[in-house]
Design a protein around this ligand. Structure first.
Ligand code: 5GP
Length: 235
């Protein structure tokens, strides 16, 4: 493990540490897993190392195709050096196939291939369960500027286009995913992680789930699913 400074923040799946450079922080990836707003808790063996490796790989891929991210470098199995962000208190979800929250919200079945991607803003609040909000809520509450919303929307669609194609080549449907963005030096950067914790991955053809839904829904073989996704991403 690299040396790091004081702990700045501990979240459900990661810890942030300071470094000697005030512009850089270390994301430490834990094996802890939570679901349903932390009502369900557990551990997924080697999840931290898996998510760090997968996120590092995908962030570099996205950077290369013009999506600015907070990624600087992978420091160790569980540590990623990233640019310090002032987090925009929003979570973006993009959906290509119905599942989870959208199926529940609208009372529709999971697995419907959408005619076009669905973009959602959620207000980042554990206490409220990250409720769905719209542009008016965000602008009226000064959570972000309209320029920032436009940038985030465009970058998110680019991420969807890139990753959908990348995973399709590896026999995986990118069903939906969540992104978080932040401000650094006046620029909007993609932050957080991209992993089976934050995306739904279905094997093409069989629709076998290869993501955190195996933990959320007690489907078993959770560790194996994470390892299989890492192998497919790196192949
Ligand atoms: P849903 O709204 O259907 O629960 O989630 C949509 C997608 O975003 C899923 O791929 C899910 O994993 C991800 N997602 C949404 N909210 C969160 C969150 O608070 N934490 C994590 N790790 N993923 C989330």
């Amino acid at each position: 493990m690299a040396t790091h400074g004081e702990q700045l923040y501990e979240g459900k799946a990661k810890i942030l540490y300071a470094t000697e450079d005030p512009n850089l922080v270390i994301q430490y990836f834990k094996d802890d897993a939570t679901a349903f707003n932390a009502q369900k808790r557990g551990t997924i063996m080697d999840k931290g190392a898996c998510n760090n490796k997968m996120s590092s790989h995908l962030f570099q891929l996205l950077e290369a195709s013009g999506v600015p991210t907070h990624f600087v470098k992978q420091l160790s199995d569980r540590e990623m050096l990233v640019k310090k962000l002032q987090i925009v208190p929003l979570e973006v979800t993009i959906r290509n196939i119905t599942a989870g929250g959208m199926a529940k919200l609208l009372g529709i079945e999971e697995g419907i291939v959408l005619a076009r991607p669905v973009f959602e803003w959620h207000y980042k609040s554990d206490a409220l369960g990250d409720p769905l909000i719209n542009d008016d809520h965000i602008l009226a509450l000064n959570l972000a500027t309209s320029d920032e919303l436009e940038t985030i929307r465009q970058l998110s669609h680019r991420v969807n286009d890139m990753l959908s194609a990348y995973f399709a080549k590896r026999g995986i449907d990118l069903v939906d995913f969540k992104l978080e963005f932040g401000r650094h030096d006046g620029q909007i950067l993609l932050g957080d992680e991209i992993s089976p914790d934050t995306c739904r991955f279905w094997e093409q053809g069989t629709r076998r789930k290869l993501d955190k839904d195996r933990f959320r829904r007690d489907l078993g073989d959770v560790e194996a699913a994470y390892q299989e996704m890492l192998r497919r991403v790196l192949e």
